[in-house]
Design a protein around this ligand. Structure first.
Ligand code: FAD
Length: 318
């Protein structure tokens, strides 16, 4: 059995959950057995009804102890589900939270940990994965013995399709002393409930050519109008105009939206590494030879400070 821990927002499965299912199915084909899922936290019961369409069985861990996230609790829930499923491999998203609890889970399971992987497969009783290392300058192939915990880099893997209804099984997990050491007292969301960058269907990225932090107000306005997320290049992050969480690229986030706007972005290879799987790319750049135009479906050669306000006005008319 392969267990996939399925991220969700309390209502819907996140993309990372469906990427995890794709990986888990591939591993199950090679190692034998079925794919089980785990949903944890607020809204888990409702989400499990959707999750069961992708896996043969969904474990649900919920209740007052599970209203807030801590890495210790999530590792405990995943360990309990892995034991209940008799899982040889646990697959989880390498989201910010996933990165923090998967290491703890690997220790609990005495398992090999293959982190932030681009791809994974199994051969002759071992698991293999590829990942970037050394500031993403090196592509590394790793082998792990079983049991193993594999985390999936967001937006690297096709999303799984539903495969018929599985069972839903509540799983009672008692918190121990370790999980009670940290208690979350209050949560203040930085993004005010806006769309997350790795999940967004539309991403609006500004580059150094925007000229200032102030100019990103226009990027924010355009992204809000489209229900999208704001992205930025590393040059922008280095200038301190935007937070690192918004960096797209080799050393930032990988995104795969339906539409990617690259505004005053040159299109360096390290930036393209994070956005070149976008379905449609729209670029505005004053330099007709900017490399971004090689990746672009719709391009405007012009000054972003004239073109973007005009785009905003047009969208407002829709
Ligand atoms: P620039 O390259 O300076 O481009 C600005 C563009 O704006 C130009 O094309 C210019 O023609 C245009 N422009 C200027 N003014 C206007 C205007 N008024 N109207 C329209 N267009 C205008 N970069 C990332 O983005 N993400 C990463 O994860 C990343 N990782 C890296 C990892 C390593 C190991 C290294 C070495 C580099 C990495 N970089 C990364 C940096 C990358 O090489 C580029 O330096 C960076 O992407 C450039 O950002 P930019 O396009 O905003 O700036």
């Amino acid at each position: 059995m392969i267990l996939v821990v399925m991220d969700h927002d309390g209502n819907e499965l996140r993309k990372g959950a469906l990427e995890g299912v794709s990986r888990a199915r591939k591993l199950a084909e090679a190692l034998g057995g079925e794919v089980a899922g785990l949903v944890v936290g607020p809204g888990a019961e409702g989400v499990a009804e959707k999750a069961k369409d992708y896996v043969s069985k969904v474990f649900v861990v919920s209740g007052p102890d599970w209203e807030t996230y801590t890495a210790e609790k999530w590792a405990k829930a995943a360990h309990a589900a892995a034991e209940a499923a008799g899982a040889k491999v646990v697959v989880a998203p390498a989201s910010r939270t996933g990165r923090s609890w998967t290491a703890r889970l690997a220790v609990k399971m005495d398992a090999a940990l293959l982190e932030d992987t681009l791809d994974s497969w199994a051969e002759e009783g071992k698991v293999y994965a590829t990942k970037y290392s050394f500031l993403n300058r090196v592509l590394e192939k790793q082998a792990g013995s079983l049991p193993a915990v594999i985390s999936v880099k967001p937006n690297t893997t096709p999303l799984a399709e539903p495969a018929g209804a599985g069972a839903v099984e509540p799983l009672a997990v008692e918190l121990g002393e370790l999980e009670k050491k940290v208690e979350v007292l209050e949560k203040i969301a930085e993004t005010g409930g806006k769309v997350s960058l790795t999940e967004a269907e539309i991403v609006v990225t500004g580059g150094r050519g925007m000229g200032s932090a102030e100019a990103f107000k226009l990027i924010e306005e355009f992204a809000d109008l489209l229900g999208g997320a704001v992205g930025a290049t590393r040059a922008v992050i280095d200038a301190g105009w935007r937070p690192y969480a918004e960096q797209v690229g080799q050393t930032g986030k990988t995104v795969q939206p339906n539409v990617y706007f690259a505004l005053a972005v040159s299109g360096a290879v390290q930036h393209q590494a994070g956005m070149n799987k976008s379905k449609v790319v729209v670029a505005v750049n004053k330099d007709p030879d900017a490399p971004i135009f090689k990746e672009t479906d719709y391009g405007v050669v012009g000054d972003v400070h004239q073109v973007l306000p005009a785009m905003i006005e047009e969208v407002k008319k829709l």
